[in-house]
Write a protein that binds this ligand. Structure first.
Ligand code: HEM
Length: 165
């Protein structure tokens, strides 16, 4: 699959969208300059509610000023402060959040984000088009219908086993 594209939910539909939205000028960087480079060790220095960076898809964001306004609360963010939050973030946020909200907080790219084998596996299962097709093909509608029939039948049996007076 093209590495510059990623599956994300957009208005209720899972779509292939650009991995990175266009870089915009913000209070941390000038969009005409190359992105500043950081290491995970530098990101880790910003790990509190009052100074909070996170890493998403190998890019660092300074989200300190946003934490208090986060619709998901302070806790989920401070747990990930100073760390790579790529996967947990992807689980809770739609394409719109990446496109519209994140560019204001971008500070640069991170050169040494590790990808552990179990994480690589998880990402392949989620973002690989071939596996997505396989999931759809192995559950044709007739199979779904049959499964639903049997699960309803066990919840609402035609012959009741209870006592009838
Ligand atoms: C480590 C970083 C973050 C984590 C772990 C996190 C986690 C969460 C969680 C658990 C929710 C609640 C989801 C729900 O109840 O349905 C949420 C909602 C939300 N978050 Fe985050 N968040 C993070 C960072 C951010 C950032 C940086 C932004 C924007 C710049 C953001 C924007 C939002 C928005 C807009 C919602 C509401 C989404 C909706 O209702 O559709 N979050 N987040």
């Amino acid at each position: 699959m093209d590495a510059s594209l990623v599956y994300r939910e957009d208005k209720g539909v899972t779509k292939l969208v650009p991995l990175y939205p266009p870089v915009k000028r913000n209070k941390f960087l000038d969009a005409n300059e190359p992105l500043p480079k950081y290491t995970m060790a530098e990101v880790a220095k910003h790990s509190t509610q009052n100074d909070c960076w996170i890493v998403l898809d190998k890019r660092a964001y300074n989200i300190t000023s946003f934490i208090a306004r986060h619709p998901g609360g302070v806790g989920p963010i401070t747990n990930m402060a100073g760390k790579d939050a790529t996967d947990v973030f992807a689980n809770y946020h739609a394409a719109r959040v990446y496109r519209v909200m994140l560019p204001a907080y971008l500070v640069g790219e991170v050169t040494d984000v590790p990808e552990y084998p179990h994480v690589a596996d998880f990402r392949a299962a989620h973002f690989n088009k071939a596996s997505l097709k396989l999931t759809i093909r192995t559950t044709p509608s007739s199979a779904v219908g049959l499964r639903r029939f049997f699960s309803l039948r066990s919840r609402f049996p035609l012959v009741s086993s209870g006592a009838v007076d």
